[in-house]
Design a protein around this ligand. Structure first.
Ligand SMILES: Cc1cc2nc3c(=O)[nH]c(=O)nc-3n(C[C@H](O)[C@H](O)[C@H](O)COP(=O)(O)OP(=O)(O)OC[C@H]3O[C@@H](n4cnc5c(N)ncnc54)[C@H](O)[C@@H]3O)c2cc1C
Length: 386
C-alpha cells in the first residue's frame, strides 16, 4: 500500500514547471492522458497503478474515439479537441490506429428517419455527417448485409485504436520519451497534504469509489454500469471491417440523436417489439482491433453492486442482433468479458477538488476513451498548469 503525501502550497504554482511534481493515481486512459499532457508541459510526473498493468474499463472497451456520440456544443467540441490530441500522441508514440470514421446503419424505416433527420439537423450544429443511401453505404463497407439495407449516417471523425495495445504501450513511451515514472503494483490508499513528494495530484481511479475520497464519491451520486462484450476470432488477412459500425438500436443510446423528433417512434417500436433490448440496455456496435478480430457489444446494467458473473442470454441477444446485419467471414466468438464504468445520472464526467492541488477526474458515462485527452487538457488549464 502506498501512502502519498503532497504539499499543494499556493507557492507551488509559482515555481517553474520543471520542478513541479505531479502524482497521478490510475494508469487507465484518464491517468495516462493526464500523464502525457503534464509531461509535455514539463512537469515531473509519477503514475501509481495498483495492478501489474491497468485492467479497468480502458482495456475492456471498443477502442472507439467517438465524437459522433457527443451532444452538439461543448461536448462535441471537447471530443473533437480530444481526438486532435489523441492523433498527436499516437503519431508521436508511433502507436497504430485506424482512421475508420463510422456508419450508423439503418435497416428499418424508423431508423432511417432518425438518420436522415439527424443529418439535416446535425450539420448546422457542426457534425461532419452525411446520409448515404444503400448503394453508397455499401461502397464504404462490405461488412454488412445488403438485404433490407436502407442507408446509413456516415461520419468521418471516428478513430479506432486497439485499447489493450495502447494502454500497454503508452507507459513505456511516456517513461522513455518524457521520463515519467510508473509505479505498478502500488495501490495508493491516501492522498494528503504535508510533504513534498508531489505538488499536484490527479486521481483517475475509474470506478473505484472506495479507496480514495470515498465520502466525496458518495456525495457525488455515482453508481456503476456493467457492460458485456464479445470478440470474434481473427478474420482473414485480406478482410477489413472498414468504418466502425453502429446499428439501429444505437440511435437510442447516444445523446447526439436526442435532437431528432423521429427518435420517439423508433424507441416506441423497440420497446414494443423487443423489450429485452431495453431491459438489458442493449445496442450493438462493432470495431476492429490490430489482429482483425471484431469486438462486439454491448449491454448496460446499472447499480453499485456489479455481479462478477456474466449473463449468457445477454451475450446471445447481442450476437443474434449482430448476425442479422453483420457480414463477417468468421463470427466464431473467441472471447467474452465485461467492463465497468462510473455512472452519473446526468453528468458525462466529474472533475472534483477534494483538496487544494488535488483533482479527481472520473468519466461518468461510456465515453472516457473519446474524452480522455481533452479532459486532461481542461484539468491542467483549470489548475493553471497549462
Ligand atoms: C465495455 C466498455 C466499452 C467501452 N467502450 C468505449 C469506447 O469505445 N469509447 C469510449 O470513448 N469509451 C468507452 N468506454 C468507456 C471508457 O472505457 C472509460 O470511460 C474509460 O476507460 C475510463 O478510464 P479511467 O482511466 O477513468 O478508468 P480505468 O480504465 O478503470 O482505470 C482506472 C485505473 O486506476 C487504478 N486504480 C484505482 N484506484 C487506485 C488506487 N487507489 N491506487 C492505484 N491505482 C488505482 C485501477 O487499477 C485502474 O487501472 C467503454 C467502457 C466499457 C466498460
Amino acid at each position: 500500500m502506498g501512502n502519498l503525501t503532497g504539499l499543494p502550497k499556493p507557492s507551488s504554482f509559482e515555481r517553474s514547471l520543471s520542478s513541479l511534481k505531479i502524482a497521478i493515481i490510475g494508469a487507465g486512459i484518464i491517468g495516462l492522458a493526464h500523464a502525457y499532457l503534464a509531461a509535455k508541459a514539463g512537469l515531473k510526473v509519477s503514475v501509481f497503478e495498483r495492478n501489474p498493468a491497468a485492467n479497468g474499463a480502458s482495456v475492456r472497451n471498443f477502442g472507439m474515439i467517438w465524437p459522433i456520440g457527443q451532444a452538439a456544443g461543448q461536448m462535441y467540441e471537447l471530443a473533437l479537441r480530444s481526438r486532435e490530441i489523441w492523433l498527436q500522441m499516437l503519431h508521436e508514440a508511433s502507436l497504430p490506429y485506424l482512421p475508420t470514421g463510422s456508419l450508423h446503419v439503418a435497416y428499418r424505416e424508423d431508423e432511417a428517419a432518425v438518420g436522415r433527420e439527424f443529418v439535416q439537423r446535425g450539420k448546422p450544429l457542426g457534425y461532419a455527417c452525411e446520409w448515404l443511401d444503400a448503394a453508397k453505404t455499401l461502397e464504404k463497407t462490405s461488412a454488412i448485409r445488403c438485404e433490407g439495407l436502407i442507408g446509413a449516417v456516415w461520419s468521418p471523425t471516428e478513430l479506432t485504436v486497439d485499447p489493450r495495445h495502447v494502454i500497454a504501450r503508452l507507459p513505456q513511451f511516456l517513461s522513455e520519451r518524457y521520463g515519467v515514472t510508473f509505479h505498478f503494483n502500488t495501490a495508493v490508499s491516501e492522498v494528503t497534504t504535508g510533504h513534498l513528494q508531489a505538488d499536484v495530484f490527479v486521481v483517475a481511479s475509474g470506478d473505484d469509489f472506495q479507496t480514495l475520497f470515498p465520502e466525496i464519491f458518495k456525495d457525488a451520486g455515482l453508481t456503476r454500469c456493467k457492460l458485456q462484450m464479445l470478440r470474434t476470432v481473427e478474420q482473414p488477412q485480406n478482410w477489413a471491417l472498414g468504418p466502425a459500425l453502429a446499428f439501429g438500436l444505437t440511435f437510442r443510446h447516444y445523446p447526439t440523436f436526442a435532437i431528432c423528433d423521429s427518435l420517439a417512434a423508433l424507441k416506441a417500436r423497440v420497446k414494443d417489439e423487443t423489450p429485452e433490448f431495453d431491459k438489458w440496455g442493449i445496442h450493438v456496435m462493432a470495431s476492429e482491433n490490430s489482429t482483425r478480430q471484431i469486438t462486439l457489444g454491448d449491454s448496460h446494467e446499472y447499480g453499485l453492486e456489479v455481479s462478477i458473473f456474466d449473463r449468457a442470454h445477454v451475450n446471445e441477444l447481442i450476437l443474434e442482433y449482430a448476425r442479422q446485419f453483420l457480414r463477417v467471414p468468421d463470427m466464431q466468438i473467441a472471447e467474452t468479458w465485461h467492463g465497468v464504468y462510473a455512472k452519473h445520472p446526468d453528468r458525462p464526467f466529474l472533475r472534483l477538488t477534494p483538496q487544494e492541488g488535488v483533482r479527481i477526474v472520473t468519466v461518468t458515462s461510456g465515453i472516457g476513451m473519446t474524452l480522455s485527452f481533452g479532459l486532461a487538457e481542461q484539468t491542467f488549464r483549470e489548475m493553471g498548469v497549462l
